[in-house]
Design a protein around this ligand. Structure first.
Ligand code: SAH
Length: 236
């Protein structure tokens, strides 16, 4: 693996070890499969038609979001630092008849090598796995065209998110393997907003994603205490 300051090798190993199961909807990736339609809906609600748009998906993993966006006609590039996940993503898109450009490169390095050419940058459920999330946000802002939109999702940090996302999801319900998330890496929306501001951007909307353990369904709503989505744009 290339040496990069803003990559936690333990996190990458965690994903590599389960990479073969990215497309098993009953695996540890089940929550991402279930969240996916809501994320696509959120992106389309804010960006409008994504047909023909250039989208960069940072931390794309096995391509769950990247494929859904490509299916809507977007031209998608997916980057991740877990090689095995990218192998799975490349194989799966072939079976699906899609053409996504998957690359093993960090967001920072990709921003050094490429112009600000994307209409949309997405970075979902990834910021809570990196040492310096603000650096990812800075790289994303450099890759966006003027007028472009940045879509982020992560986990909030408070007593409730500790109770639900760690104790609930990992220990009581077993939705995720124990150790998937580290509480201290959870990120408050205000912290994301500060990182956005440092790059001339601002949040346009924050929306919660709530899990109902009885119906086993996720829904979008106002409660941003645990999982949340955010869309940001450049200042006018
Ligand atoms: N965004 C995808 C996958 C989320 S899982 C989805 O929501 O469906 C988190 C992903 O972030 C994993 O694929 C992991 O390999 C990746 N990741 C973790 N640290 C990273 C880093 N520093 N740079 C790029 N990708 C990283």
């Amino acid at each position: 693996m290339p040496q990069e300051a803003n990559v936690d090798p333990i996190e990458i190993d965690k994903f590599q070890s389960i990479a073969s199961r990215w497309w098993d909807p009953e695996s540890e990736f089940r929550p991402l499969h279930e969240l996916n339609p809501l994320r696509v809906e959120y992106i389309e609600n804010h960006a409008g038609q994504i047909d023909g748009k250039r989208i960069l998906d940072i931390g794309c993993g096995g391509g769950i979001l990247a494929e859904a966006l490509a299916r809507q006609g977007a031209s998608v590039t997916g980057i991740d630092m877990a090689e095995l996940s990218l192998e799975v993503a490349r194989m799966h898109q072939q079976e699906a008849g899609l053409e996504i450009d998957y690359q093993l490169v960090s967001a920072e390095e990709y921003a050094r090598r490429n112009e600000a050419g994307f209409d949309i940058v997405t970075c979902m459920e990834m910021l809570e796995h990196v040492p310096d999330p603000a650096s990812i946000i800075a790289a994303a802002s450099r890759l966006l065209k003027p007028g472009g939109l940045l879509f982020l999702s992560t986990l909030n940090r408070n007593v409730k998110s500790f109770a639900l996302a760690i104790l609930g999801a990992e220990y009581l319900l077993g939705l995720l393997p124990r150790g998937t998330h580290e509480y201290r890496k959870f990120i408050k929306p205000s912290e994301i907003a500060a990182a956005l501001r440092a790059n001339g951007m601002r949040p346009l909307d924050v929306t919660g994603m709530r899990y109902n353990p009885l119906t086993r369904r996720y829904s979008l709503g106002r409660d941003i205490d645990v999982n949340y989505l955010m869309v940001a744009s450049f200042d006018d």
